[in-house]
Design a protein around this ligand. Structure first.
Ligand code: ADE
Ligand code: ZN
Length: 339
């Protein structure tokens, strides 16, 4: 037994990330660099000014800045560089498996071809697998503030790249855009063999979580914080072991919680929910995976055992094969015993 510090324990434990928007990893330095080479104007004259704008009172205030940042991405190389920078970063944090979202409509609506976006991201993910040993799944996320026709069109554009995309998701402005709006799109996506997830219960009500489960037939809920307002829903999620991909620093920055000390992750664990820790949009919310784990560990006084359980949950909730999951979980358990 090495008895290393809790910080080191978090840094070195091999972990998985299941809720990450690649556009949300766009660090200001890279954003300025890519804007310059593409001759794209940005509203802020310095990196410091841009960082200063990262103060949000709600999801929409964040999304406005997030979409504006993504506007400077034009070439395949831009999408490659964005994804590669993320992979290099998580490699330093011992993330060994990642399941990432990309938002094609954010780019195709600006005239960037679907294939430019996906090829850049895919090439970087493959390099990450081959050079850094990071396994991955790619999830196409529909923007829920746009209409059904736009989502259908995006799904159609994705079909030639089916082999590269494991599943579809649903993100963007939640309130007023319930999962049921995309019932037919998700049915078609399932028919085509995609796995499904959806953001629900971040700002929207528990009812949206029910809709995501019953109407979209998702296998995982992104966020899901507001399930706690509905005891029957909590029991249902626990019984069926439907994972929730929680994002503590995101919740703090978007005022879903006012303090990390109020974060419900442990309460949820105690209720038998399969909860996981993720970074959502790390360039905007002040931290990647390790900062998220460290934040809740300090705020909620988590033990190494609790951290280990959360890490194991992420592998359980991932889309790895049963055999791959078993291997990873065994590694995590051995790491816990040693440290
Ligand atoms: N897109 C990027 N991050 C998001 C979040 N936290 N919620 C909804 N849509 C998003
Ligand atoms: Zn998200």
């Amino acid at each position: 037994m090495n008895n290393i510090s809790i910080e080191k324990f978090i840094e070195e434990i091999p972990k998985a990330e299941l809720h990450l928007h690649i556009e949300g990893t766009f660090e200001p330095e890279l954003l300025f660099e890519i804007a310059k080479r593409n001759n794209k104007k940005i509203k802020y004259s310095t990196i410091a000014d841009l960082k200063n704008a990262y103060r949000f009172n709600n999801l929409q205030e964040f999304l406005d800045i997030y979409y504006a940042g993504a506007n400077v991405l034009i070439e395949e190389k831009d999408f490659y560089d964005l994804t590669w920078a993320y992979l290099i970063k998580i490699h330093t944090q011992n993330v060994v498996h990642t399941e990432i979202f990309f938002d094609p409509q954010t780019h195709t609506d600006r005239g960037i071809p679907f294939n430019t976006v996906i090829k850049g991201i895919y090439r970087a993910l493959e390099d990450g697998k081959n050079k850094l040993g990071i396994t991955y799944k790619l999830i196409l996320s529909f923007l829920r503030h746009l209409d059904e026709a736009s989502a259908f069109n995006t799904l159609k554009e994705a079909l030639p790249y089916k082999k590269w995309i494991s599943g579809v998701g649903l993100d963007s402005s939640e309130v007023g855009n319930p999962p049921s709006k995309f019932e037919r799109v998700f049915a078609k996506a399932k028919e085509e063999g995609f796995l499904t997830v959806a953001h629900a219960g971040e700002e929207g009500p528990a009812e949206y979580i029910w809709e995501a489960l019953d109407i979209l037939k998702v296998t995982r809920i992104d966020h899901g914080n507001r399930c706690l307002e509905d005891d029957k829903l909590v029991q249902h999620l626990a019984k069926l072991k439907i994972p929730l991909t929680l994002c503590p620093l995101s919740n703090l920055e978007l005022k879903v919680v006012s303090d990390l000390k109020d974060h419900p992750i442990i309460k949820m664990m105690d209720k038998g929910l399969l909860v996981t820790v993720n970074s959502d949009d790390p360039a905007y919310f002040g931290g990647y995976m390790n900062e998220n784990y460290l934040g809740i560990t300090k705020a909620l006084d988590l033990s190494k055992k609790q951290i280990t359980e959360l890490v194991k949950n992420s592998f359980k909730a991932s889309w790895l094969t049963s055999k791959e999951k078993e291997e990873k979980i065994l590694q995590v358990e051995e790491y816990f015993k040693k440290n």
